[in-house]
Design a protein around this ligand. Structure first.
Ligand code: HEM
Length: 131
């Protein structure tokens, strides 16, 4: 079981969540001026969040998944560790592979608006528990 104190060392996992939290919507305002984290439509590239100071505090206005300023989200301290812990434990305890014939390049990362922003197309993976 991965615990909260283990998360500090999981730099790549944190970058994955930051990139996952980077919707086209957040970068649209600065799309021409080129978004701080270099978001290109539908691109998933967590490495952009490694070795830089981009954080959730809303200080860099072109990456504000929790908003910025006095009306920014008060749920950051709760939701970030919850997302990190959930993802860390899922990848620690389960092996996931694409069904036969599906490659990384086939992954459609398009987003769709709704009450929340979610995937446009379903993600199919075969999941098996790690022994
Ligand atoms: C991944 C999870 C979450 C994301 C991405 C998120 C994002 C946001 C965003 C973008 C805003 C608007 C900020 C603005 O208007 O500038 C907001 C506001 C707010 N969020 Fe969250 N939030 C999350 C989770 C939570 C949780 C877990 C709670 C409570 C337990 C929460 C409570 C609030 C409240 C009360 C506001 C309104 C703040 C205000 O208007 O003063 N959020 N959130």
């Amino acid at each position: 079981m991965i615990a909260e104190e283990d998360l500090d060392r999981m730099h790549y996992l944190k970058a994955v969540i930051k990139d996952w939290d980077t919707s086209d919507y957040q970068c649209l305002g600065n799309w021409k001026r080129s978004c701080l984290v270099g978001k290109k439509s539908n691109e998933f590239r967590p490495e952009r969040f490694l070795n830089n100071s981009v954080n959730y505090q809303g200080l860099q206005f072109d990456w504000i998944p929790f908003g910025a300023g006095r009306r920014s989200c008060p749920g950051i301290q709760f939701s970030v560790p919850v997302m990190e812990l959930a993802l860390a434990n899922i990848v620690y305890k389960f092996d996931m592979v694409f069904p036969k014939g599906i490659e990384n390049e086939d992954l459609d990362m398009s987003e769709e608006f709704g009450i929340t922003i979610h995937r446009k197309s379903s993600l199919f993976v075969l999941v098996s528990p790690r022994c």
